[in-house]
Write a protein that binds this ligand. Structure first.
Ligand code: GLU
Length: 352
C-alpha cells in the first residue's frame, strides 16, 4: 500500500505542474502599457520570453506606484516584480535584483517652442494685437509724439520761402505732421487722398508692431528650448518639478533642492507640464523619450544630458531561488539575439 502510494506520487513529484508566479508590475509606457485588460511593453515582452524559457506560468498584479510595487514583493503578495524598477543601493539591501535588463537614467523635460501647428494662431494674435486697445493706444501715442515737433517745424518753416510746407496753419500743420511721422517711423512718400493717408499712418504703426512681434517671437522660439533657463539639473533648484511617488527621480530632485510634485501616474506629471503648472518633469529617460516622440510630440523637449545613470532590474524577495534561473535566461536572450529584437521593437523610434 505504501509502495503504491509512493509510485502514484512519484511522477507528480518529478514533474510538478508549474506554480503560477505572481508578477508585480506597474504601467509605465513603453516599459509596460495597458489597453483594457491587455498588457504589453518592453518589460512585459521580456518577462513573457523569460517565463517561457523557464516554463513558468505567471499572472500580473498591477501596483499604483513603484513603492507599492516593492511593497507587494516585501509582503510576499508577489513573487517577482518587473516594470521600470531602478537598481539602487538602498533597494539592493532589502531585495534581490536580476542582472540589469536595461540601461536608463534621469532626464529633464520642459515645454517646447510653439510648433508649426500654432503659427496660424500666432498670426491671428498679431491681427488682434494691432487692433487691440494697446495697439490703438500706440497709434495715439505716436500721433501725439509727432504733434509737438510738427508744430515747431511748421512754425519755423512757414517763414521759409524755400520750404514745401504751406505757411497757412491748414494744410501746413498736416504737412508738418506727415514730416514728423515720417521721421518717427521709416515711412515712404505719403499718399494724397485723405482716407489713404489715415490708412497709411495706421499701417505704419501696424508695421512697427509686426516687426516687434516678429522679433519677440523669433527670440522666444530661439530660447524656448530652455524656458525659465532650465538646461541642467542645477537649474532645477527652487523650481516646481513633477515626477512620480517614491521614484529615484523624487529622491534626486530633493537632493537638487527642487520643489517636488509627486504624482502616481506619470501621465499626470506630463499633463501638469503641458498645462504650465510645473516647470519641468524629471523622470526615467526611456519613459520621457517615449512621450516626447508620441503624445508629447512638438509640445515637450528634453534638455541637458542624461544624469544619474541607473539600470532597470527584475526584483525578487531576498534569497529567491528564481533569481539565478532568470539571470541565466536573460543571458541566453542576449546571446541568441532575442533581447536585441525586443529592444529594437520598443526603442527604435525613441532612439533617433
Ligand atoms: N525607475 C523609477 C524607480 O525605480 C521608476 C519609478 C516609477 O515607477 O514611477 O524609482
Amino acid at each position: 500500500m505504501f509502495v503504491l502510494a509512493v509510485l502514484l506520487a512519484g511522477p507528480a513529484v518529478a514533474q510538478p505542474a508549474p506554480a503560477e508566479l505572481r508578477v508585480a508590475t506597474r504601467v509605465l509606457p513603453p516599459m509596460v502599457e495597458q489597453d483594457k485588460d491587455q498588457l504589453s511593453g518592453f518589460s512585459i515582452d521580456l518577462w513573457s520570453d523569460l517565463a517561457a524559457r523557464l516554463q513558468l506560468r505567471s499572472s500580473y498584479v498591477i501596483a499604483s506606484d513603484v513603492r507599492a510595487l516593492l511593497e507587494l514583493i516585501r509582503s510576499g503578495q508577489a513573487d517577482v516584480g518587473i516594470s521600470a524598477i531602478s537598481i539602487t543601493a538602498a533597494r539592493e539591501a532589502e531585495f534581490d535584483f536580476s542582472l540589469p535588463m536595461l540601461n536608463a537614467g534621469l532626464e529633464i523635460m520642459v515645454r517646447s517652442a510653439a510648433g508649426p501647428a500654432s503659427r496660424g494662431a500666432a498670426l491671428w494674435q498679431l491681427v488682434n494685437e494691432v487692433f487691440s486697445w494697446t495697439g490703438l493706444m500706440w497709434v495715439a501715442a505716436g500721433l501725439l509724439v509727432a504733434f509737438i515737433p510738427a508744430h515747431i517745424q511748421w512754425f519755423v518753416a512757414r517763414r521759409d520761402p524755400e520750404s514745401s510746407m504751406s505757411p497757412e496753419y491748414f494744410p501746413g500743420i498736416f504737412q508738418a505732421m506727415l514730416w514728423s511721422l515720417g521721421t518717427l517711423v521709416p515711412a515712404r512718400e505719403m499718399p494724397h487722398r485723405r482716407l489713404a493717408r489715415v490708412l497709411a499712418v495706421v499701417w505704419v504703426f501696424a508695421g512697427v508692431n509686426l516687426v516687434a512681434f516678429y522679433t519677440a517671437h523669433l527670440t522666444a522660439s530661439l530660447t524656448a528650448q530652455e524656458p525659465m533657463g532650465i538646461q541642467a539639473p542645477g537649474d532645477l533648484r527652487g523650481k516646481l518639478v513633477a515626477t512620480t511617488v517614491g521614484s529615484t527621480s523624487a529622491a534626486a530632485l530633493r537632493g537638487l533642492r527642487a520643489d517636488v510634485l509627486e504624482v502616481t501616474r506619470i501621465e499626470v506629471a506630463f499633463q501638469r507640464l503641458l498645462d504650465g503648472e510645473v516647470e519641468a518633469v524629471v523622470f526615467d529617460s526611456p519613459v520621457l523619450r517615449h512621450f516626447a516622440a508620441n503624445g508629447g510630440r512638438n509640445k515637450v523637449a528634453l534638455v541637458g544630458d542624461l544624469f544619474n545613470p541607473e539600470d532597470y532590474g527584475i526584483v525578487f524577495p531576498l534569497g529567491s531561488p528564481l533569481r539565478k534561473q532568470v539571470n541565466n535566461a536573460l543571458l541566453q536572450m542576449r546571446e541568441d539575439g532575442t533581447y536585441a529584437r525586443l529592444y529594437e521593437k520598443w526603442f527604435a523610434q525613441a532612439a533617433e
